[in-house]
Design a protein around this ligand. Structure first.
Ligand SMILES: [Zn+2]
Length: 326
């Protein structure tokens, strides 16, 4: 299928506008997050990586320790990048709306506007009732879901302790060793899944573009954490078809295809057979996926596109505000 035809087909499967009530429509984006530098994946100051013990593969119950890339650590940079990306285009096209001031000042996590595409997709819990443009107290439930990803490789093969020192500039003497951090080594792979509930075409495009441009994860981002996201699958359905743990355990099967797109497609087909709503299921083939991702990558964000993106989220806010007043 050509790039344009596959884009049209995808568009036809999505919601025309943001529904006030969630619909069962689900889009799962499968990806492999590949570390291209030393990366620190830990919670707080233990200086140790987050590790979980899982089976070796879907058919081999023997244990394997894997590094965990927590859902919150994937979401945090992506929601920030998403917010800055949409604001950049809002300013670039000089789009104006009654919520303009709130949209441009929308800030995670205590100044959320409830009117911008970030708030309507990632959710917004309003704590400060003085600021919001909407008078009533209501929150937005997120329609994007993350789950923790587990390293494809075993923990002992991809963890490395790095000691850092303080060097005095004038003498070039190392005064002291400041400590050690535990790092994930470059080329570690984290199969990961993001699930979207009832996204619009504009939202899906923005999420994919955002994933492709997000390049920094984990702690100490100034010097570490370069990561590249490769999109490996796209599944449309009325439910979530597979989890990221199932995804990594399937990829760990010795006979899994060495080509990531082929392997992912076979896995998606296997789990698709267990779907409850077969009539709603659509899995892009590897060539369709490549065409689609190329299309999204090259798609220039026009004024019409950005205007629609912001109009949808504003209209959504207005509808909720009206419902609260009733
Ligand atoms: Zn906002």
């Amino acid at each position: 299928m050509s790039e344009v035809r596959i884009a049209d087909e995808v568009k036809s499967r999505l919601s025309p506008t943001i529904p006030v009530l969630r619909t069962p429509k689900t889009v799962q984006i499968l990806l492999i997050r590949q570390m291209h530098d030393y990366t620190i994946l830990r919670t707080e100051e233990t200086r140790e990586l987050n590790v979980a013990v899982t089976p070796i593969s879907i058919t081999n119950p023997a244990q394997r320790a894997r590094v965990v890339f927590l859902a919150s650590k994937q979401k945090a940079p992506e929601t920030r990048e998403f917010a800055s990306l949409i604001k950049e285009y809002y300013r670039y096209y000089k789009i104006s709306s009654e919520a303009e001031k709130a949209i441009l000042e929308c800030e995670i996590k205590d100044k959320l506007c409830r009117a911008c595409p970030r708030c309507t997709l990632f959710g917004a819990v309003v704590t400060d009732q003085k600021r919001p443009i909407w008078k009533q107290r209501w929150n937005i439930k997120h329609r994007i879901e993350y789950s923790s990803a587990f390293s494809l490789e075993a923990y002992d093969l991809i963890s490395e302790n790095i000691t850092f020192n303080a060097v005095t500039e004038s003498t070039q003497l190392t005064e002291q060793a400041l400590g050690t951090t535990e790092n994930v080594t470059p080329m570690t792979n984290f199969p990961s899944i993001i699930s979207l509930n009832s996204p619009t075409w504009e939202e899906l495009v923005m999420v994919i573009k955002n994933l492709l441009r997000c390049k920094s994860y984990g702690a100490e981002g100034r010097t570490k954490g370069d990561t590249v996201n490769y999109i490996t699958g796209l599944i449309f359905g009325n439910e979530e078809i597979l989890t990221s743990l199932e995804y990594v355990l399937e990829l760990s099967e010795p006979e899994a295809d060495k080509d990531a797109l082929q392997a992912t497609y076979k896995i998606a087909q296997k789990y698709g057979k267990m779907a409850t709503f077969q009539e709603a299921l659509r899995i892009l083939s590897p060539s369709e996926l490549e065409n689609f991702v190329d299309y999204v990558q090259r798609l220039q964000l026009s004024r019409e596109f950005i205007t629609k993106l912001f109009k949808d989220s504003l209209d959504f806010g207005k509808q909720i505000e009206a419902l609260v007043k009733e």
